[in-house]
Design a binder for this molecule. Structure first.
Ligand code: SF4
Length: 415
């Protein structure tokens, strides 16, 4: 098998065991990979992790010599780069787009034979746990491993250019190919086309009912990695069709145990990811415990800063929190809307206009920073039109530039 073309996973685990990193390799093997490309890339993510592990331990060359001679050839080297790229994409995905912080939870004793052992999986971290963590050599090794990965990421981030807070005359943002004047013009056009948004069930602004506010909040927390329309419709369906429109939907959601709730996933069909279904129950518990089952208590008579902090505490997710804040601003409940929700449409349009290509997931901080510079008073006001252009004219393939009011300024159009 040493001559196999593909990185040999089957040889890598025993090799790791023989060379003193069996536990780390076992964690890699048992960790569930959750992302939309999982069918194609699950094993690639694991291969990337193993390459990283072996390199970190200084045994990668030994691995190539003993198990994978092809890894020294040109196609082998390109495969290594590809696996590491997929791993980095995956990490960006769980860091940027997944609203729930993820952590490996081991539910078994690693290192024992497979028979009858439950799989370790990614699970959400409880908001606050009073249970003292068990100190074991497995825990410590796992911590060290995760810490190493984090510190590598931090070092990389330190090397990356950081945007300056203010923009001076004639200054261009790194990577942005249009001038400051044109950028301002783009912002003006987006603001000019901004229309008051019709947020689901929030139309009454400060007078919104408890029932409607709860329905809105449920739709918002479902609104990721599925079409927005599906998220809002699923919130309506669960509340109105399945639960008969109660005032306090959270009491209904949390009236059953977590296992019961998970067993109803296929019946309720709220989201394609099990973890998204689970987080409805988790957040529901927070709403019941901290806000008496009424999400209006999160934001009524509070500043945007406090609301954002509360949403963060509930682990609603950065981008979704941003959207909730923006929606509350749009309907007049909050005075400040904050940053844009840098979703795929916003990233595509802004990237094409300003530099001729889309911003990817890893570049969300740049998108946020850029919109802050474009309209420092209220970046959120740029969100709606960027989103609508992306959805209605600036398609991933064949954008209809003739119908786009940014075509004169758009770098993608001009190149
Ligand atoms: S001009 Fe074309 S490419 Fe540029 S933002 Fe508009 S639709 Fe997209």
């Amino acid at each position: 098998m040493a001559g196999t073309k593909t990185f040999p996973l089957k040889l890598a685990y025993p090799f790791a065991e023989k060379n003193g990193c069996g536990r780390e390799a076992e964690i890699i093997r048992r960790t569930e990979i959750l992302w939309p490309k999982e069918k194609n890339y699950t094993s690639s993510v694991r291969r990337g992790q193993l390459i990283e592990l072996f390199r970190g331990r200084g045994i990668f060359d030994k691995f190539l010599a003993e198990c994978w001679n092809q890894g020294r050839t040109k196609p082998g080297k390109s495969q290594i780069r590809q696996k590491l790229k997929i791993l980095s994409d995956y990490r960006e995905y769980i860091r940027q787009d997944w609203p729930v912080p993820l952590k490996i939870k081991s539910t078994d004793r690693i290192g024992k034979p497979d028979n009858g052992i439950r799989q370790a999986s990614f699970t959400s971290i409880p908001a606050e746990s009073n249970k003292p963590e068990k100190v074991s050599s497995v825990n410590q090794d796992r911590k060290k491993y995760l810490h190493r990965i984090d510190s590598r990421k931090e070092k990389k981030e330190e090397r990356e250019p950081v945007y300056k807070r203010s923009m001076h005359r004639g200054e261009k943002l790194p990577g942005i190919r249009i001038s400051r004047v044109v950028l301002k013009e783009v912002a003006n056009k987006l603001i000019k086309h901004h229309k008051p948004d019709d947020w689901h069930w929030l139309g009454a602004g400060a007078a919104v009912s408890k029932k409607d506010a709860n329905k809105f909040f449920l739709g918002a927390i479902l609104d990721y990695q599925i079409p927005a329309a599906t998220a809002w419709e699923n919130s309506r369906r669960l509340t109105e069709d399945i639960f008969n429109n109660p005032d306090d939907i959270w009491a209904r959601v949390t009236s059953c145990s977590k296992n019961d709730w998970m067993s109803r996933r296929t019946k309720y069909r709220l989201h394609r990811f099990p973890i998204a279904h689970e987080r409805v129950w988790r957040i529901g518990n927070d709403v019941v415990r901290d806000y008496q089952g009424d999400v209006r208590n999160i934001w009524n008579n509070q500043s945007a800063e406090v609301v954002l902090k509360r949403l963060n505490t509930m682990r609603v997710g950065k981008q979704i929190s941003q959207m909730i804040l923006g929606a509350l601003f749009d309907v007049g409940i909050l005075r400040c809307g904050g940053d844009v929700k840098a979703d795929i449409h916003v990233r595509r349009v802004l990237g094409r206009v300003t530099r001729g290509r889309e911003f990817d997931l890893a570049e969300i901080p740049q998108v946020v920073e850029l919109t802050r510079k474009m309209h420092p008073e209220e970046p959120w006001l740029l969100d709606q039109q960027l989103y609508l252009l992306g959805k209605q004219v600036c398609f991933p393939n064949n954008p209809v530039c003739s119908r786009c009011y940014l075509s004169n300024e758009c770098h993608w159009r001009q190149q």
